[in-house]
Design a protein around this ligand. Structure first.
Ligand SMILES: [Zn+2]
Ligand SMILES: [Zn+2]
Length: 247
């Protein structure tokens, strides 16, 4: 199954297109399963001006309702295109130590299909580097994005195989981001390229049972390279590494 579990729309301050346009680009590109994962702060603050208000002026008042409305909108898109593509309602969680970036503690995302967590390995991440504790609190199916988990496990003194096994046990997946994103000037992460070149790393991941997803992290439809998603999904299947949401 060809799945792209990472995409942005105009709900992210950095995203350009309406959800319809993103869904249609995925359909045209032969994607079977598309996950929308707008940035939590883009969804929660609605408008970029609100994001820059002093924290107490907004005080997270409508954040929870904004999360619900986004979910409802994506749900309509899911229904609209149901005969052409399977759409999931996801969210990307920033964990930078800045209250305007991170998901407020009192927000419920347990009804989302999944979330992807970023900045796990950053200095001061609100996860405290504790992926498992943070993911448990979210009560939502979770993946890790934008993180070299081989390097991270080594840095915290854990054998990567053990780390991936624990992720598999706690049902947390790892995203291989294969984007070309002119908005954030990101190209593919080096650790992703390394992983697909390195049979020893692939063997560790395969043995651990952890699931691996592919995400384009698109911010503009004009940048989208669905053939790249297809190629990487096929490569994972050939490696015998399961992806999330397989039927
Ligand atoms: Zn972005
Ligand atoms: Zn993203």
């Amino acid at each position: 199954m060809i799945q792209d579990l990472h995409s942005h729309t105009y709900y992210s301050f950095c995203g350009k297109d309406a959800p319809e346009a993103v869904a249609e680009a995925a359909i045209a590109g032969g994607i079977d399963l598309l996950g929308f994962t707008d940035h939590n702060y883009g969804i929660g603050f609605q408008r970029i001006e609100m994001f820059f208000l002093p924290t107490d002026a907004f005080a997270g008042k409508d954040y929870g309702r904004c999360l619900q409305r986004y979910f409802d909108h994506i749900n309509l898109i899911r229904e609209k295109y149901a005969d052409k593509i399977r759409i999931l309602r996801g969210i990307e969680l920033n964990t930078l130590p800045n209250t305007n970036h991170a998901l407020p503690d009192n927000c419920d995302i347990s009804y989302y299909d999944y979330c992807i967590i970023e900045n796990l390995d950053w200095e001061g991440s609100i996860t405290g580097g504790d992926l498992f504790g943070y993911a448990k609190k979210l009560r939502c199916y979770a993946g890790v994005a934008h993180t070299d988990l081989f390097a991270y496990a080594q840095r915290i003194g854990v054998d990567p195989l053990d780390y991936f096994k624990r992720m598999a046990d706690e049902n947390i997946f790892w995203e291989m981001n294969v984007n070309y994103d002119s908005t954030h000037n990101f190209h593919q992460h080096q650790y992703v390229l390394d992983f697909f070149m390195d049979p020893a790393k692939q063997e560790i991941v395969r043995k651990s049972g952890v699931k691996v997803s592919v995400g384009f992290d698109g911010h503009k439809v004009e940048d989208y390279l669905p053939a790249r998603i297809t190629a990487y999904c096929k490569a994972l299947t050939e490696m015998g590494i399961p992806m999330p949401f397989e039927l």
